[in-house]
Design a protein around this ligand. Sequence first.
Ligand SMILES: Cc1cc2nc3c(=O)[nH]c(=O)nc-3n(C[C@H](O)[C@H](O)[C@H](O)COP(=O)(O)OP(=O)(O)OC[C@H]3O[C@@H](n4cnc5c(N)ncnc54)[C@H](O)[C@@H]3O)c2cc1C
Length: 323
Amino acid sequence: MTMVLALVEHEEGRLAETSQQALTLARDLADQEDAPLAAVVFEDDDEQVGFELASYGVTELYRVEHDRLDRYAPDARAATVHQLVDEHDPEAVVAPGSDRGHDVLGRAAARLGVPMAANCVEVTAGDGYEVTRHRWGGSLLEHARIDGSPALLSVAQHEVAAEEAEDGGSLTEHSFTPTLADSDLLVGIDRIEESDEEGVPLEEARVVVGGGRGVGGPEDYDKLEELADLLGGTVGASRAAVNEGWRPHDDQVGLTGAKISPDVYIACGISGAVQHMVGCKGAKNILAINTDPEAAIMENGEYAVVGDLHEVVPAITEAIREG
Ligand SMILES: Cc1cc2nc3c(=O)[nH]c(=O)nc-3n(C[C@H](O)[C@H](O)[C@H](O)COP(=O)(O)OP(=O)(O)OC[C@H]3O[C@@H](n4cnc5c(N)ncnc54)[C@H](O)[C@@H]3O)c2cc1C
């Protein structure tokens, strides 16, 4: 056994929360295998990430350096993973279950000719790896065995609590320069346009006020915005509301949208279809506001108000203001 290799994402010197979660599972796997935990970072010259990685138990850090890798290019990253695997023969490669994590790991699996298990929540090393993983956005748990070397595993978002290592300390840094072909750089980020949206990103918000078809039109989201602002949160939406053109797709919560894990999710005029619920089941508390007492969301939520959101939401806002 040589190592468990983790792919991580970071911004402005801070690890993404989903990477902290992936590192926690990867460290557990490394402990099971009595192997060191290594990590690979791209596009970074900030030593802060190294400190944070060490606190998660990483002892070997590969900083990828290449003059053509100044932007996200999934095939180039997959080629890098392939070359790191050839050189170090890790038993497993673990990535966050983010869009980029899946993008890179899937391409690496194709290059390496090995299977990949996506959205794992638990992994046990033995004869191959026994995995428990999410299917259907988490509404189904699958127990499976993955053979192949290395085992490629992504970690379901917000399902493994991020925990720093008890004995996290120092790490050894290595610089790694992959050999890249022009074809590895065909797909990549060309430019980044900042979103008009202000405030906390949905995935990180501690309070989300979600609006569905029951909101009735784009203008009535003002009431939801007002409540969200007051609580330091942000507004989300159901797919029905997005399809109506009332909210941008970035706001969508669910199977084909964002997976949120706030302390409180206030779902207004949302029926609670399974495809919506898989996006918000990480919420610690759900308050449903719906005119229909039989709506599925009323059973899923910890708290429910049967009533018209156009009256209930302003009443909550006013009550909070009055303190
Ligand atoms: C492959 C696939 C992927 C999907 N992915 C997603 C996804 O990512 N996210 C997602 O949300 N959906 C997704 N859907 C769609 C999903 O199945 C539902 O159609 C959608 O979530 C319904 O949105 P809604 O609850 O806003 O609308 P509706 O189901 O129309 O519900 C509206 C609710 O508002 C209530 N209401 C009406 N007026 C008021 C009022 N004045 N006050 C209070 N309550 C009121 C009604 O009682 C009702 O419960 C997906 C579907 C498929 C097939």
